[in-house]
Design a protein around this ligand. Structure first.
Ligand SMILES: NC(=O)c1ccc[n+]([C@@H]2O[C@H](COP(=O)([O-])OP(=O)(O)OC[C@H]3O[C@@H](n4cnc5c(N)ncnc54)[C@H](O)[C@@H]3O)[C@@H](O)[C@H]2O)c1
Length: 444
């Protein structure tokens, strides 16, 4: 099949590359010429494990191409996937300007039937808005060309995106009743990704749009729940890790997404929780009490590590220097969007401290996202970041932080203190090395 993917970011690039890998001809469009230049010269603009190989072999096979040319992109695919960003607007709602612009670009150029597939995360009712926008543009051109609008939200996780796309848990298709042409096309397209059993879940467009928000809202809820419980555990002298084991063993609960930490971040959970709260309020006249609490708890949680630092060193951190391990919002990505590290770095600097940060892949992205900040420096290695630091803060659970040289840590850190926002170590093991340990929800 010929497929156009509009938007070549985390979702668009992974989707395009994986769809090409199953034999389709894919043209990825982006309006950012720097991104397309990088891709056309063999580079990958994001860090995503395994993606470079999938892109390289499909480019070499001539099945995957990149362009900034909208005319070419619209002419190419019968299927037009929209995978552009839906960032939060000032009021917390999802900003649909990129989605609607992409839809209008298609409508203003199409000359034959197109299946417009929305992969971006969009509020309930966006399918109708896209339908209206396309109808209006076609009417202004005085042409009558049939088209379909389908919702196909994406569930890949950054850091494991290729694997998630290749082996999806489910493929949600939201489609208007009777649109068999579009449904058949998507069934055929996704057949190679669901060989063990049928993973296609077909529903109406609105339910598909809500399903994506419901999934992210549920996951964010689990995290905020555990984070709040961790704070309670600390006050009551309980250990949140024991509690996690104790409840995770219940199959109705399960172990995933029960790790206490210094808050969730990334390009999805914060904005999707916000957007769903907004949808409730504005489109349904409903307060989503649970989600408001989830968001509030997460905002507080991003400050927990700095609160612990200030309990030890005082609120004025002038003259104190900290090593900070991990900047990306989670491991295996360089994504800095809404990363807890951003809040932590700013709070430490505001309190007068200086920082040397290290992240295995996100330092370039951090420099871009944070800008030049007085008092913030970067180290080439995790060990080098410890030099002259009073204490260490661990913010992202990268694998390489899991078995550190504790002896070196003790000799390097002036106050011999570790604040662990990801609970990487057994408290006793760290204590036995002569370090003072401050994890989340556990006795240090
Ligand atoms: N990142 C994730 O892990 C993830 C997972 C599932 C769903 N999503 C959703 O997928 C959507 C895309 O997210 P992302 O992280 O890939 O975004 P991104 O910011 O990485 O990429 C979006 C790209 O779209 C391009 N773009 C914007 N308008 C365009 C237009 N009219 N034509 C062509 N290109 C255009 C931008 O230049 C950018 O490169 C969002 O709605 C997001 O919520 C993201």
């Amino acid at each position: 099949m010929n497929i156009t993917v509009v938007g070549t970011g985390y979702v668009g690039l992974v989707s395009g590359a994986c769809l090409a890998d199953s034999g389709n001809d894919v043209l990825c469009l982006d309006l950012d010429p720097a991104k397309i230049d990088t891709l056309n010269s063999g580079g990958i603009p994001i860090h995503e494990p395994g993606l470079d190989q999938v892109v390289a072999r499909n480019v070499a096979a001539g099945r995957l191409r990149f362009t900034t040319d909208i005319d070419e992109a619209v002419a190419f695919g019968q299927l037009q996937f929209i995978a552009v960003g839906t960032p939060p607007d000032e009021d917390g709602s999802a900003d649909l300007k990129y989605v609607l612009a992409a839809a209008r670009n298609i409508a203003s150029r199409m000359t034959e039937h197109k299946i417009i597939v929305d992969k971006s995360t969009v509020p309930v009712g966006t399918g109708d808005k896209v339908h209206r926008a396309v109808t209006e543009v076609l009417a202004s051109r005085a042409v009558n060309i049939p088209f379909s609008v389908v919702s196909n939200p994406e569930f890949l996780k950054e850091g494991a995106a290729v694997d998630d796309f290749m082996k999806p848990d489910r493929i949600i298709i939201g489609i208007n009743k009777g649109d068999d042409t579009a449904l058949d096309a998507l069934r055929t397209l996704y057949a190679p990704f669901q060989r063990n059993h049928d993973k296609l879940v077909v529903m109406d467009v609105r339910s598909a749009e809500l399903t994506k928000y419901a999934a992210n809202a549920m996951l964010a809820t689990r995290i905020s729940f555990m984070n709040e419980l961790a704070l309670l555990a600390e006050k009551l002298g309980a250990d949140i890790e024991h509690v996690r084991h104790g409840i995770g063993s219940d199959p109705r609960i399960g172990y995933d997404f029960l790790y206490a930490g210094c808050g969730y971040g990334g390009s999805c959970f914060p904005k999707d929780v916000k957007a769903l709260i907004h949808t409730g309020q504005v489109d349904a006249g409903m307060d989503l009490h649970v989600l408001k609490a989830v968001e509030h708890a997460n905002d507080l949680q991003k400050h927990v590590l700095v609160n612990k630092v200030q309990q030890v060193f005082g609120t004025d951190l002038t003259g104190k220097h900290f090593a900070l391990w991990g900047l990306a919002f989670k491991p295996n990505t360089d994504d800095m969007r809404e990363a807890p590290s951003r809040v932590i770095v700013n709070a430490l600097l505001t309190a007068g401290a200086t920082i040397t940060a290290y992240d295995p892949v996100a330092m370039d992205e951090a420099r871009r996202a944070l800008g030049v900040l007085t008092g913030l420096n970067y180290a080439k290695t995790a060990k080098a970041a410890l030099t002259d630091a009073d204490a260490l803060l661990i913010v992202t659970e990268w694998k390489e932080f899991r078995s550190p040289d504790f002896r070196l840590m003790r000799s390097a850190l002036k106050a011999k203190t570790v604040f662990d926002g990801r609970n990487l170590y057994e408290p006793r093991a760290v204590r036995d090395q002569g370090l003072t340990y401050h994890p989340i929800g556990r006795a240090g």
